[in-house]
Design a protein around this ligand. Sequence first.
Ligand code: ATP
Length: 362
Amino acid sequence: MQNTYKIAVFEGDGIGPEITAPTVEILRALSERAAYDFDFIPCAAGAAHYAQFGESLPESSMTQAQSADAILLSAMGLPSVRYRDGTEISPQIELRKKLDLFAGVRPVRIFPGLNTPLKLAPEQEVDFVLIRESTEGLFYTQGCGEVTEDEARETLLITRETSDKLFRFAFDLTRRRKASGRGKGRLTCVDKANVFRAFAFFRALFDAEAVKHGDVQADHAYVDATALWFVLKPWEFDVLVTENMFGDVLSDLGAGLMGGLGVAPSADIGLDHAVFQPCHGSAPDIAGQGIANPMAMILSAAMMLTWLGERHDCAALKRDGDQLQAAVEAVIGAGHHLTADMGGVASTQEAARAVQNRLLSQ
Ligand code: ATP
């Protein structure tokens, strides 16, 4: 019998709808030739929805997300639409908290055709994964920080419960990467344990988990030094795990190493749910022009296929995840259908169509 997977789709704001439509089309095309199917459920949420209806994440959308097998999300938020306290609408952060998506997975992989600012020797292969804790850290008090006339306070929270889950996830991912032939079996805890007690606690929890994973090489790095090494010797990293705000900043630096946000995918994963979305935001400056780069969104969809495949032990989904990623890399490597952010002239549709054609010709 054919398995049907329910996918909650948040097309979001700005360029969101433009990059979501061709991505869903690719997934549909893939499922048509495979022994699985998708039921795509459109879910309303975001800044435009808030401006119109006064709520950013309707209960009905939350319910759909909770009952879905996976969630595909483009980007939400618009600088012109804000809550009364001046902060931007970001239901994706609410989703992470409500669905307990503690592990933000941000792969950084430099392959031919990317506009990396690095000068790499042939043997210097950059292929690492940053895992950003996504439910607490300095984002814990989001929307609840105290601001008076003279001072502002936000609270950072690190809990044993979340950290234990996060580190178990990180060790497991490191092991799986090595087993698949892509990783070195090395996991680095990124913190600021030399200055803050909270990070000494974070590091101690990491060390306690490391003892249970003798097959993984566990080490530490301070976040400031990590930023430096991302630029000077990124090929030395394999998997890194860090706090929410540090991860937020480092993942954009990682996207920079890949040549820009338009090619940086991500996943926010918990024990029961997962959201797949590009690292970039809603890019309102180019929205509506049909020139947004769809590659980060398509690569995020590839991560979704792989995750679903592992979760449901479905070889066809895992194979299609690999093939979708390979098709994106082939199109970028060929350099003929690149969008403006990558120096090309292709439209969003043309770039996505090139991936679809490559994929279906395999
Ligand atoms: P957020 O805070 O929501 O992550 P942001 O403020 O970092 O968003 P983005 O919306 O990611 O900003 O946009 C940053 C810059 O990158 C903008 O100039 C935008 O046009 C560009 N950009 C982002 N995503 C894409 C894309 N998919 N294709 C082309 N350009 C993009």
